[in-house]
Design a protein around this ligand. Structure first.
Ligand SMILES: C[S@@+](CC[C@H](N)C(=O)[O-])C[C@H]1O[C@@H](n2cnc3c(N)ncnc32)[C@H](O)[C@@H]1O
Length: 414
C-alpha cells in the first residue's frame, strides 16, 4: 500500500532504498552525494497528495501544470539529480546557484557543500519559491537563499559561483550565467540542440565553453525572457506533433498532416543493436540532427493514436527528416529476442527520398561515429570565432551564443 507523505518510517526506508539503487546504478559515485541522498527527505518537497512511494520512485514528480495541462514544474528524477551533482564536482564551502527551484535539489546541494557553502536557488514562479522555502525550512536547510525572479539573469549578489546548475530546458547559455561563473566553475545546463536536450557539463576553455560530458535528458521548458520554445505543428490534434527548433525550416503543416493519410513507406537498414549488451545509441539522434537539412522531432501519444499509423523509435523526441510536404522519422523493429534493426517510416510525396537518406545517414553513423568518442559540443558567445574542422559540423545560432556540434573526421574511407 502506498504510504502517506507524513509516514516517516516508510519515508526513511524508501529514502534508503532510493540511495541504494542510485549507488548500484553508479549514478552516485561519491560519499558526499550518497550522504546527501540518504539525509534529505525528498517527500517533504512533494505537493499534497503525492505518496511516499511516488516521491521516492525513480521518476520525475510533476508538481505544477500550466493552463494547457503541460508540466511547468517538477522534482527532477533522482538519477538525473545525482548525475548533475556528481558532474558539478562540488566541494565543502562551494558557492552554487541553481536555476529552477523546488527545494529538494537545493537541499541536496546544501548538504554536499556543508555549512561553509553558499546555495542560492531562483525560480520564476512564486508558488514554487514559496513551496521551496517551506520545504527547506522543514527539512532543516534554512541557509539556502530562495529567490523569486527570472533565472535568465542569475543572481549577481552572491556571484561568482563555483557551479551554476540549471534545472530547466534552455535554448542557450544566458550571458548572466557566464558572467557569474567563477573562472574554474562548472555550468550544468540542459541545452536544447535542434529539439534534442542534452544535459551538458560546460567549463571555460579559451574564449568559449566546452562540454566535458553530455547526457540525454528532458526538462520543463524555460519561461521568462529566455523563453524560446520549439515551433509545434499539431499534425493530428495534440496526439502527433512535429517540433521545429530552426526558424529557417519551412514546412507546410497542412501538407504534413495530409501526408499522414498517405501509405506509410518502410525502409530498413543493415544497422542493428543488441539490447542485451548495454549498447548505447545516444549519439545517433544528435548525428541525425547534425545534418545541414530541414529537421524536426516527432512526439506521439501512443495511447491515443490508431495502431499502425505512426511508430517512431522514440515517442517523445524522434529524429525526423523533412521536406515542405513529406517526412521520415527514425524507426526500429525487433528482429529476434535481443536484436533490433534501425530504419525509417516515410510519408508524403518525398517519402522514398527521405527514407533512403535516413538509411544512408544510419550507414555513415555506423561506419564513422557509432563506436567513436561522439561529437565535441562547444558554446561560443556571439562574435567569437567558431571552430573549424574537417569533420561534419552543426552550428545552432541563438540570440547570444552559437552552439557548435563537431564530429570527428572519418579515419578510413567508406
Ligand atoms: C524541473 S523544475 C526544477 C526542479 C528542481 N530544481 C528540483 O529540486 O528538482 C524547473 C523549474 O524551472 C522554473 N523556471 C522556468 N523558467 C524559469 C526562469 N526563467 N527562471 C527561473 N526559473 C524558471 C519552473 O518554474 C520550474 O519550477
Amino acid at each position: 500500500m502506498a504510504g502517506s507523505v507524513l509516514d516517516t518510517s516508510s519515508a526513511d526506508e524508501a529514502r534508503a532504498r532510493l540511495a541504494d539503487r542510485l549507488l548500484a546504478g553508479r549514478r552516485i559515485t561519491s560519499p558526499a552525494v550518497e550522504a546527501a541522498f540518504r539525509r534529505v527527505p525528498r517527500h517533504l518537497f512533494a505537493t499534497d497528495g503525492i505518496s511516499v512511494d511516488v516521491a521516492y520512485a525513480d521518476d520525475v514528480v510533476i508538481t505544477r501544470r500550466g493552463p494547457d495541462g503541460r508540466a511547468t514544474s517538477s522534482i527532477s528524477a533522482p538519477w538525473l539529480q545525482a548525475y548533475t551533482l556528481e558532474q558539478a564536482g562540488l566541494r565543502p564551502g562551494a558557492r552554487v546557484l541553481e536555476i529552477g527551484s523546488g527545494g529538494y535539489n537545493a537541499a541536496l546541494i546544501a548538504d554536499v557543500v556543508g555549512p561553509d557553502g553558499t546555495v542560492v536557488t531562483v525560480d520564476i514562479d512564486a508558488d514554487v519559491t514559496d513551496r521551496a522555502r517551506t520545504g527547506l525550512d522543514r527539512a532543516g536547510y534554512r541557509q539556502v537563499t530562495v529567490v523569486h525572479g527570472d533565472g535568465e539573469y542569475g543572481h549577481q549578489p552572491d556571484a561568482p559561483y563555483d557551479a551554476i546548475i540549471v534545472t530547466v530546458e534552455t535554448p542557450e547559455v544566458a550571458p548572466a550565467w557566464l558572467d557569474q561563473l567563477a573562472p574554474a566553475g562548472a555550468l550544468l545546463v540542459p541545452l536544447r540542440i535542434r529539439g534534442m536536450t542534452r544535459c551538458l557539463t560546460l567549463r571555460r576553455h579559451e574564449d568559449h565553453l566546452l562540454a566535458t560530458a553530455a547526457l540525454q535528458c528532458g526538462f520543463v521548458p524555460m519561461q521568462g525572457d529566455g523563453r524560446h520554445p520549439t515551433r509545434r505543428l499539431a499534425l493530428r490534434g495534440d496526439d502527433i506533433v512535429m517540433h521545429l527548433d530552426d526558424t529557417s525550416t519551412e514546412v507546410n503543416r497542412d501538407a504534413l498532416a495530409a501526408a499522414l493519410h498517405t501509405p506509410r513507406l518502410h525502409a530498413w537498414s543493415p544497422v542493428t543493436i543488441a539490447m542485451s549488451d548495454g549498447s548505447s545509441f545516444e549519439s545517433l539522434h544528435l548525428w541525425l540532427a547534425s545534418q545541414p537539412r530541414p529537421f524536426g522531432t516527432l512526439a506521439v501519444n501512443r495511447e491515443r493514436t490508431p495502431a499502425g499509423l505512426v511508430d517512431p523509435q522514440d515517442r517523445f523526441v524522434c529524429p525526423t527528416l523533412l521536406t515542405a510536404d513529406s517526412f521520415a522519422y527514425l524507426a526500429m523493429r525487433k528482429l529476434d529476442d535481443t536484436t533490433w534493426q534501425f530504419g525509417a517510416h516515410g510519408f508524403g510525396p518525398d517519402a522514398h527520398t527521405l527514407t533512403t537518406d535516413m538509411l544512408d545517414l544510419l550507414t555513415v553513423w555506423e561506419h564513422d561515429h557509432r563506436h567513436g568518442p561522439g561529437p565535441t559540443i562547444t558554446v561560443h558567445p556571439t562574435g567569437m570565432h567558431l571552430p573549424e574542422s574537417d569533420g561534419p559540423q552543426l552550428f545552432v545560432t541563438r540570440r547570444h551564443t552559437t552552439i557548435a556540434v563537431t564530429w570527428p573526421a572519418p579515419e578510413q574511407p567508406r
